[in-house]
Design a protein around this ligand. Sequence first.
Ligand code: NDP
Length: 330
Amino acid sequence: PRQINLASRPSGWPTADNFDLVEVGSQPLEEGQVRVRNQFMSVDPYMRGRMNDVPSYIPPFQLGRPLDGGAVGVVVESRSADLAEGDLVLHGLGWRDEAVLDAARARRLTPVEGLSNSAFLAVLGMTSLTAYAGLLDVASFKEGDAVFVSGAAGAVGSIVGQIAKLKGASLVVGSAGSAEKVEYLRGIGYDAAFNYKDAPVAEQLKKAAPDGIDVYFDNVGADHLEAAIGSLRTFGRVAMCGAIAVYNSTEPTPAPRNLALAIGKRLTLRGFIASDHADRMPAMVDEVGGWLREGRLSYEETIVDGLENAPEAFLGMLRGENTGKMIVRL
Ligand code: NDP
């Protein structure tokens, strides 16, 4: 089997040289362990942070060691009573063809007819949990709210906008980085969408939501956050989900210059990590799964084939080459 190791730590934008594809010997199983043939793995923005040697809510990747992250695969050998050969599982050892882990660290999945198993990494997994908990719990979305979502054509953003519409938002505005993505957003129910590369975000947001917004779901940070603070109405809420615009910065980035507006407007800006909201997974699967079955919610995946192409898929995602969730098929 093969795995991808961290070869070196990037400064600024990562490159293919930061990754090493290596062949490793097959690891024997210990009692309680399973061997999983990975089918799909996730590449996510948070992995950029883990390439830096800094303390965070999740430990950094180690030099010369394999990267890890969400993966779905099939048990091919088991020394555990809890999982049998042929079981489909979700676990945290992506970036490799084959994972050996304690059965307790894998969750058995029931395949869903008509859905690819990659859905457990995205629309029926962490992606939608992030969107669901972030919008409904962290931003306390209420029917009638006007919502702005950045990174709107990405994995999380494309789900956030649809949930907001399905739950009765008065207006849903999205921003993304290309004309095709803006088209895509209109197609999935966004009331208005713009390309943030066309003109200043603050200007475009004001045009799209002239009466202001109540909720901002922030995937981007920087100028997007500043624009949202400018457009938020009194008692507006921000779910601070991510700040992808600054993940590759080598210098500290300026705070939103208008942050002091938060006082007079009585804004709430709240950061969150989806895994803290794991208790919402059943409700999310129930509701989002229902909308999927009824054809009221759609999702997109951008699939890249082959473990050897996983670094390129990750880098491509950072550059915006994905619509919906970027997935590597192994
Ligand atoms: P996406 O599928 O949205 O992929 C990343 C996207 O970011 C790209 O497609 C690109 O789209 C956009 N992007 C890249 N650089 C910039 C930039 N400078 N300005 C604006 N947009 C940019 O990834 P996810 O849906 O997985 O993640 C979205 C955000 O949510 C990230 O910030 C991530 O860190 C965060 N996140 C947080 C979680 C949490 O628990 N708090 C959990 C999951 C994700 P475009 O073409 O539009 O530029």
